[in-house]
Design a protein around this ligand. Structure first.
Ligand code: RTP
Length: 171
């Protein structure tokens, strides 16, 4: 058994409806895979209004809130890894795609703030709130089972625990 001492985080990455409709799911997932993060949960579904309202409750006073709720409907994925929350935000780029750097997902693939193709948790705390997982999970070789969770976007049993088959260059 090999245990890892590094801090592992979880983030909730949502491919937003425009990303799904534009066929960018594979491209966005691919960027996180190539970066080296581990996919632990993936599902495609129509987001209920109540869930969208709970997810974006901090933005309730904003003028764009109603259109934001209308916009959000499907396609969440979860990634975990060392520093994945901050790293994912960099891969995603600025909220306004016109300010997002070339090379970032929004910088390369989006134009409008209201159609910015992807979401990423903005803190480890919100990563836990959105995925149901938190903190460092020992990286135990040969252990593979469904992980229990209950959070905004994932129900108990919807996240998996797995160890990459190859050498652990990446988390
Ligand atoms: P997200 O939560 O979706 O990852 O986005 P973020 O942190 O980069 O930006 P945030 O300020 O939390 O805004 C959440 C989402 O609301 C939409 N938005 N529209 N029309 C507007 O001025 C406006 N501002 C924000 C975007 O879809 C943004 O991602």
């Amino acid at each position: 058994l090999v245990a890892s001492l590094v801090q592992v985080e979880q983030t909730y990455i949502m491919v937003k409806p425009d990303g799904v409709q534009r066929g960018l799911v594979g491209e966005i997932i691919s960027r996180f895979e190539r970066k080296g993060f581990k996919l632990t949960g993936l599902k495609l579904f129509q987001c209920p209004k109540e869930l969208a309202e709970e997810h974006y409750k901090d933005l309730k006073s904003k003028s764009f809130y109603p259109t934001l709720i209308d916009y959000i409907t499907s396609g969440p994925v979860v990634w975990e890894g060392v520093g994945v929350v901050a790293s994912a935000r960099k891969l995603i780029g600025s909220t306004n795609p016109l300010q997002a750097e070339p090379g970032t997902i929004r910088g390369d693939l989006a134009v409008q703030t209201g159609r910015n193709v992807v979401h990423g948790s903005d803190s480890p705390e919100n990563g836990k709130r959105e995925t149901g997982r938190s903190g460092s999970i020992p990286d135990i070789v040969f252990l593979k089972h469904c992980f229990s969770c209950s959070a905004l976007w994932f129900k108990e049993g919807e996240l998996c625990e797995w160890t990459p088959a190859q050498a652990p260059w990446l988390m």
